[in-house]
Design a protein around this ligand. Structure first.
Ligand code: HEM
Ligand SMILES: *[C@@H]1O[C@H](CO)[C@@H](O)[C@H](O)[C@H]1NC(C)=O
Ligand SMILES: *[C@@H]1O[C@H](CO)[C@@H](O)[C@H](O)[C@H]1NC(C)=O
Ligand SMILES: *[C@@H]1O[C@H](CO)[C@@H](O)[C@H](O)[C@H]1NC(C)=O
Ligand SMILES: *[C@@H]1O[C@H](CO)[C@@H](O)[C@H](O)[C@H]1NC(C)=O
Ligand SMILES: *[C@@H]1O[C@H](CO)[C@@H](O)[C@H](O)[C@H]1NC(C)=O
Ligand SMILES: *[C@@H]1O[C@H](CO)[C@@H](O)[C@H](O)[C@H]1NC(C)=O
Ligand SMILES: *[C@@H]1O[C@H](CO)[C@@H](O)[C@H](O)[C@H]1NC(C)=O
Length: 329
């Protein structure tokens, strides 16, 4: 190939790669190096401060990242407040009144706007905060690829349509996660997040009192556990929203494998938890994680990182919100 032909090829390559660059923008580890180098440290400090006051924020932030990612991708849309003409995701039944930790994101954002205005997206702050929460719960540390941009749309109806409810069975859960390109095994792994945090009684009371027309109680629920739950959640309407119970009662703030161990003795809190042992194949996956903390943690990390990449906005898409609750005007 002569010199001139070589230059032509090089030029063509450069033109094509420049044209493609915005389409190919991808999340990278350490995206804020040189842009706002202290970004991740500032988020970590805020999450730590909130966690020391109330360890429950860790569970809240892990769940918030899931609820962000499954609705319009991990674009920070779950953080946007409703306005007079729009009911936002956060005011949809899966999120209101149960989602918690918004003030942690607000505090981190305020610090970041003071040190590097307009640089760090709310979607990335949430992804970092969820990672920090897994670490503080004694899970594991991992790098979060970043460079997400913030979305400008948040609709309550989309939260309702995309987030699986606690009464889903195995097939419904598998389908819900498949629609986001996750395998059944990844669904089982991500459900392991229920090893931390709490639930309002309303999310499982049907299993105690109004299961179906022939049985008031779900026979797949451990009878001893059911009695304990009934004491905490009496069959009155005030239980529904006002009382909470730990999802993994023995170690509610620790990212361990007790969630899976509990499933094997029929102590899954939701239908969506207990259903994970309803086939021999899925039960054997549950047994694997119940018996190996390191396998569970590594697979959780991989699936959680993958979750944080769903439908992301990058490059010059979307915006960097100034206030995570409000779309830039
Ligand atoms: C498989 C389908 C899932 C269903 C049906 C489901 C449902 C629920 C429900 C109903 C609650 C309790 C909310 C309340 O009443 O306060 C909850 C809590 C929670 N979920 Fe899930 N979830 C699922 C998957 C996930 C995934 C994939 C994650 C994260 C990777 C996750 C993380 C959490 C956490 C950490 C909590 C505790 C929140 C807190 O303490 O504030 N869940 N989930
Ligand atoms: C500490 O946690 C409590 C309970 O969650 C909360 O009401 C309060 O606002 C928190 N205080 C600070 C300073 O974060
Ligand atoms: C809601 O109103 C604001 C101005 O008050 C406007 O900018 C926005 O586009 C409206 N949103 C919708 C969904 O109509
Ligand atoms: C799942 O994968 C398909 C094919 O690669 C893609 O078109 C779709 O956008 C993906 N869906 C999500 C939610 O990432
Ligand atoms: C619980 O309360 C509901 C509604 O108030 C009622 O229909 C149901 O029969 C009650 N179940 C039990 C087991 O008491
Ligand atoms: C009620 O649930 C039990 C246990 O899952 C089941 O065997 C029974 O067929 C159900 N009854 C009705 C009427 O759906
Ligand atoms: C629980 O809270 C939700 C949302 O705030 C509300 O719509 C519902 O009526 C409440 N349920 C009860 C029984 O108080
Ligand atoms: C129910 O839970 C207890 C622990 O409280 C356990 O010993 C028992 O084996 C469980 N029963 C079933 C049927 O899983």
């Amino acid at each position: 190939m002569d010199m001139r032909r070589g230059l032509e090829v090089l030029l063509a390559f450069l033109v094509i790669s420049c044209l493609c660059a915005p389409l190919e923008a991808e999340l990278v580890n350490g995206f804020y190096t040189g842009i706002c180098s202290q970004a991740e440290t500032i988020v970590t400090a805020e999450v730590l401060k909130a966690f020391l006051n109330d360890s429950g924020v860790a569970a809240g932030l892990v769940r918030m990242h899931f609820h962000d990612a499954f609705v319009r991708g991990a674009d920070g849309s779950v953080l946007i407040d409703s306005t007079s003409n729009n009911t936002a995701e956060k005011d949809s039944p899966p999120n209101n009144p149960s989602l918690r930790g918004f003030e942690v994101i607000d505090n981190a954002k305020a610090k970041l706007e003071a040190s590097c205005p307009g640089k760090v997206s709310c979607a990335d702050i949430l992804a970092f905060a969820a990672r920090d929460s897994v670490l503080l719960s004694l899970g594991l540390f991992y790098q979060v690829p970043s460079g997400r941009r913030d979305g400008r749309v948040s609709l309550a109806s989309e939260a309702l349509a995309n987030l699986p409810p606690p009464f889903f069975n195995l097939d419904q859960l598998t389908q819900s996660f498949a629609s986001k390109n996750f395998t059944q095994e990844e669904m089982i792994i991500l459900s392991g997040a229920h090893t931390i945090g709490r639930s309002h009684c309303g999310s499982f009371m049907n299993r105690l009192y109004t299961f179906n027309s022939t049985m008031s109680q779900d026979p797949s629920l451990n009878a001893t556990y059911a009695e304990q739950l009934k004491l905490k959640c009496p069959n009155v309407s005030t239980s529904v929203n006002n009382t909470v119970v730990s999802m993994d009662p023995s170690t509610p703030t620790i990212f361990d494998t007790n969630y899976y161990k509990d499933l094997l003795i029929n102590r899954g809190l939701f239908t969506s938890d207990q259903t994970l042992i309803s086939t021999q194949q899925t039960k054997s996956i549950v047994q694997t994680y119940a018996s190996s903390s390191s396998v569970f943690k590594q697979k959780f990390r991989d699936a959680f990182v993958k979750m944080g990449k769903i439908g992301v906005l990058t490059g010059d898409e979307g915006e960097i919100r100034t206030n995570c609750r409000v779309i830039n005007s």
